[in-house]
Design a protein. Structure first.
Ligand SMILES: *Cc1c(COP(=O)(O)O)cnc(C)c1O
Length: 494
């Protein structure tokens, strides 16, 4: 191993390989009482036997091992993260400060309402902010993710139709939708009917008219959609659906393209989810605690998950007494720490700041679109909102594909964009810079993409070999997904 090489950290051995017998991460002073064998104090069942293959290392070895491995991660504090649809924006440090304030962080959710008024007020204030931003009447912050918010929204739609004594069977979903949309509809017991996109990348209204009828519970629409395109005929769409007694669910994951400029409530949307970890700058956290707020019209408010946080005289309370609710979907109020962070973000930016965020997110996406369109194919000519979707068509003559572009970006020091999604674009590269990035960072990214384009023409083999500088080079991804090896045992090593 070459200790002076920049990839030295990448060659960190397994901790098992660094083990040597007798090493420990602690040292205790010599005993000053009589030594009593553990068997005399504890029952045999309570005494841990030797763990086979357990690594024995010193404190400094443990610390260095994990610190070195932590440097393998790409993260938003290291550089741009252009994952389309995921909205990987910077997580401001101020959010972390407020979320860690002991009076906010240490309150137990079962503490009496009289003793947690401040925290309840905080939740209520965030609900109000989201109502104002969406133009809708009520909000729950209980769902832990956007996908869970979708499920809650569709269950509320179902509860509404059941209350009308009219069970409907179908949910209409455009073919550009995120995979969680049909999954949520199916979990709620609906059959999914797909609506194609037209040549501008928007929902085909002619087909929507044909497929909309009184057996359709709702249209599930992403706006702007996953091509980064605004559904400009949203009012007409909403009339078509409402005329047949259906509702409109909006996937609001891309709300950073609208915030402060357009309100879904004004577009005829009945219910939507927002991803606080996208638009409102809370951490994405690898499947960890998140918040997929759901906002709805008064019509659907009785079905919101319990409890809801509401005003109680001059104070606030969590009201569990809601007979029509779809029920709780998370312990207590949801992931409170995320609400603190999101509210901090909203209040720090203020109304004009939130508008500026939207402007910058859209400007940044269009800047990338304008600078790259000479090199990479744009399947839809429609201007972008918060993200731009390219395809690998211009690289086809050289035998270079989207996957090769993504892997080369790793060697260029960038996280790859979202690839092969949306499914309706062959070889899709979906790039969302967010408002966090400066022009210098955007230019560095674009320059890397242009280098990759030229390399495809000049040296396709090099493109196929990337990444060369990463911990692992090109993997057999299918095999890694189907036959993952997740456990290390000393026998396998031998
Ligand atoms: C991220 C995303 C979702 C799912 O949200 P999670 O919080 O990841 O569960 C749904 N729809 C779209 C368009 C998204 O981008």
């Amino acid at each position: 191993m070459n200790r002076t090489s920049p990839v030295y950290n990448l060659n960190e051995p397994l901790i098992f390989e660094q083990s040597s017998p007798g090493k420990a991460a602690y040292s205790l002073p010599p005993l000053d009482v009589e030594d009593t064998p553990v068997e005399e104090i504890l029952e045999p069942g309570l005494i841990r036997q030797e763990i086979r293959g357990f690594p024995e290392v010193s404190e400094v070895e443990i610390i260095r091992h994990y610190t070195r491995m932590s440097t393998w991660n790409y993260h938003i504090d290291l550089g741009m993260y252009p994952l389309g649809s995921c909205t990987m924006k910077y997580n401001p440090r101020l959010n972390e400060r407020t979320a860690r304030m002991p009076r906010i962080a240490m309150v137990h959710p079962m503490q009496e309402a009289a003793l947690s008024q401040g925290n309840l007020k905080l939740i209520h204030r965030l609900q109000e902010c989201l109502q104002e931003l969406t133009g809708l009447d009520a909000v729950t912050l209980q769902p832990a993710a956007g996908s869970q918010g979708e499920m809650v929204g569709i269950l509320m739609v179902r509860a509404h139709h059941e209350a009308q004594q009219r069970q409907r069977r179908y949910v209409l979903i455009p073919d550009s939708a995120h995979g969680t949309n049909p999954a949520s509809a199916a979990i709620a017991g609906y059959q999914v009917v797909s609506i194609p996109s037209d040549s501008s990348g928007r929902i085909d209204i002619r087909v929507l008219r044909e497929r909309m009828n009184q057996d359709v519970a709702c249209l599930m629409l992403t706006n702007p959609n996953t091509l980064g395109i605004f559904e400009s005929r949203i009012e007409e769409i909403s009339r078509i659906v409402h005329d047949q007694g259906g509702l409109i669910y909006m996937d609001g994951a891309n709300f950073n393209a609208l915030m402060g400029y357009a309100r879904p409530g004004d577009m005829g949307i009945d219910v939507l989810h927002l991803n606080l970890h996208k638009t409102f700058s809370t951490p994405h956290g690898g499947g960890g605690p998140g918040c997929g707020a759901v906002a709805c019209r008064d019509l659907l408010a009785p079905y919101l998950p319990s409890p809801v946080i509401e005003r109680d005289g001059s104070g606030y309370r969590a009201n569990p007494d809601r007979p029509h609710s779809v029920g709780p979907v998370h312990a207590f109020h949801g992931n409170f720490g995320m609400m603190v962070r999101a509210l901090t973000y909203i209040l720090t930016c203020g109304g004009s700041g939130l508008k500026q965020i939207t402007e910058t997110a859209v400007l940044n996406a269009n800047y990338i679109r304008a600078r790259l369109q000479e090199y990479f194919h744009l399947p839809y000519p429609t201007p972008s909102m918060h993200e731009a979707v390219f395809s690998d068509k211009t690289l086809e003559p050289f035998g270079v594909k989207t996957l090769d572009v993504a892997k080369q970006l790793i060697d260029e020091g960038f996280h790859p964009p979202t690839i092969y999604f949306p499914l309706i674009v062959r070889g899709a590269m979906m790039i969302e810079p967010t408002e966090s990035e400066s022009k210098a960072e955007l230019d560095a990214f674009v320059d890397a993409m242009i280098r990759i384009y030229h390399r495809a023409r000049e040296d396709a083999d090099a493109a196929h070999e990337a990444p060369r500088l990463a911990k692992r080079t090109r993997l057999d991804e299918t095999r890694a997904a189907r036959r993952p090896v997740l456990r290390w045992t000393p026998e396998e090593e031998a």
